[in-house]
Design a protein around this ligand. Sequence first.
Ligand SMILES: [Cu+2]
Length: 118
Amino acid sequence: MRRLAVAALILVAGAAPASASAPPPARLQVAAKEFSLTLSRSKLKSGWAIVELANYGEDPHNLRLRRIGGTVTRSISIVQAGDQRALRAKLLPGRYKLWCSLADHAARGMRAELIVTR
Ligand SMILES: [Cu+2]
């Protein structure tokens, strides 16, 4: 059993490095201001993605990202005015809702939708 586990590890280690075979992560910038979220693109291909929240406003904002029908909410915590922060996530195909969860920001317009294609 132990020998089998070691053999499996060697197999995994021998696989091509991710950088050689996997495509680079898709990138999405979410520009936040009072009170809107503007996506740099409305569609992404499924797989690894880097989502960056850039705060062009005057107030702090955060970002929540959730696939419609999904159970996981991904987050970027509060970003101060003029700053930015990113998260890395593996996105499944579907429609995603993005919003700022601070106060009533989403209701005032800080929400957007993203389509992730196969
Ligand atoms: Cu906000």
